[in-house]
Write a protein that binds this ligand. Structure first.
Ligand code: MRU
Length: 360
């Protein structure tokens, strides 16, 4: 996607290094970083310089290439997988990408491992873009149909950021929105702020850059807007989907699904197949929910009057805070799952139909 007229992806190879957009500085400042070591790649994931399930997976894959550049031995391979696997627990794309890199690299001799790792990481990144375009294509008719039926703007509500910067390019939940906008459908997005990390600010930033009409709202406003009948559908991304169709995504997604259900608003999850974890039967007990630092609630970041990035405390020194970063929306609240292989019901049967095609 374009940033000030220049085409960017959220991650790319730059010679012997890996380039990323530093998302901790968005939307205040657009800056890129170069990662030279596997340790730097791991830090980029833990610090959320990169974030969003598909991008976390791609960064781990490129991190393996950096690791193999440093040391291509069997021990280094195992250590790099272990280090990267420990960076964030919830998005299954991380594990998926590392398993795929391991399968590719283990049988290869140490002398060929670095080039094989770069090639596989670049394939993972390219495939992500293809997958997201297909999600957009499959989701677009849902918006078209609403536009045809009601006339006027199609109002989408989204939570967190599942746009192009959460993936390598294009996005998942926002892919149908971008396509609808590009074909001239009048589309407007209600953007949940998504406290405490405010990924909604990233969503607003990227929608604005593409010229898509949008309005930032407090996380608690969604239910009220649905009652007022100004939300036509909800589309969210996913960090992991269970074999039963339960959807794990950014904290607060569940509340949006409850409100959507109560108001008869369709609730869609956009899920690339690498985010579907067929090994998970019981999402509520088996998916690890990341607990992040309480300081994410007690401090906020923004620009001050001198245009400098500043972090300020908003909670009292002795305030206790808890920060679970993801929640699970039961399949019964999910109207359907938009995948690159089509729109399927959030059921074992629906997902089984696409799992049969899942080749990697
Ligand atoms: O903590 P984050 O910002 O990595 O969480 C991201 C989300 O929850 C996204 O909605 C999800 O990963 C889908 S991204 C296409």
């Amino acid at each position: 996607m374009k940033v000030e007229g220049v085409d960017y992806r959220s991650i790319w190879r730059d010679g012997d290094r890996v380039a990323i957009i530093d998302q901790t500085r968005l939307p205040y400042e657009f800056s890129t970083l170069r990662l030279s070591t596997v340790r730097e790649a791991a830090h980029a994931i833990t610090s959320m310089q990169v974030r969003g399930a598909p991008l976390i997976g791609a960064t781990a894959a490129f991190g393996m290439a950096l690791a193999m550049r440093e040391d291509a031995s069997d021990t280094a391979l195992d250590n790099a997988v272990e280090m990267l696997a420990g960076t964030r627990p919830t998005a299954v794309n991380l594990r998926w990408a590392l398993d795929r890199m391991s399968r590719r690299l283990q049988p290869v001799s140490a002398t060929s491992r670095e080039s094989a790792a770069w090639a596989e990481a670049e394939s993972i990144a390219e495939e992500d873009v293809v997958i997201n375009r297909a999600i957009g294509k499959h989701g677009l008719p849902l918006l078209r149909e609403i536009a045809r039926r009601k006339g006027g703007a199609v109002n989408v509500l989204t939570h967190c950021n599942a746009g192009w910067i959460a993936t390598v390019d294009v996005g998942t939940a926002l892919a149908p929105v971008y396509l609808a906008h590009d074909e001239g459908i009048d589309v407007h997005v209600w953007v949940d702020e998504t406290r405490p990390r405010s990924q909604g600010l990233l969503t607003a930033w990227e929608l604005g850059a593409h010229g898509v009409a949008h309005t930032l709202i407090a996380d608690n406003a969604g239910g009220h807007l649905m009652q007022r009948d100004v939300v036509d559908l909800v589309i969210v991304g996913v960090d992991r989907v269970s074999a039963e169709g339960d959807v794990c995504n950014k904290i607060g997604t569940y509340l949006k699904a409850l409100a959507a259900y109560d108001n008869g608003v369709p609730f869609y999850a956009a899920a690339p197949t690498p985010s579907i974890d067929f090994s998970i039967e019981d999402a509520f007990t088996e998916i690890p929910i990341e607990e992040r630092d309480a300081d994410e609630l007690l401090f906020v970041q923004g620009t001050n009057s001198r245009d400098q990035l500043e972090r300020v405390r908003i909670g009292a020194e002795d305030t206790q805070a808890a920060n679970p970063a993801f929640d699970i929306t039961p399949a019964r609240l999910v109207t359907a799952i938009i995948t690159e292989r089509g729109v399927v019901t959030a059921t074992r049967e629906g997902l089984a139909a696409i799992s049969a095609e899942k080749t990697r």
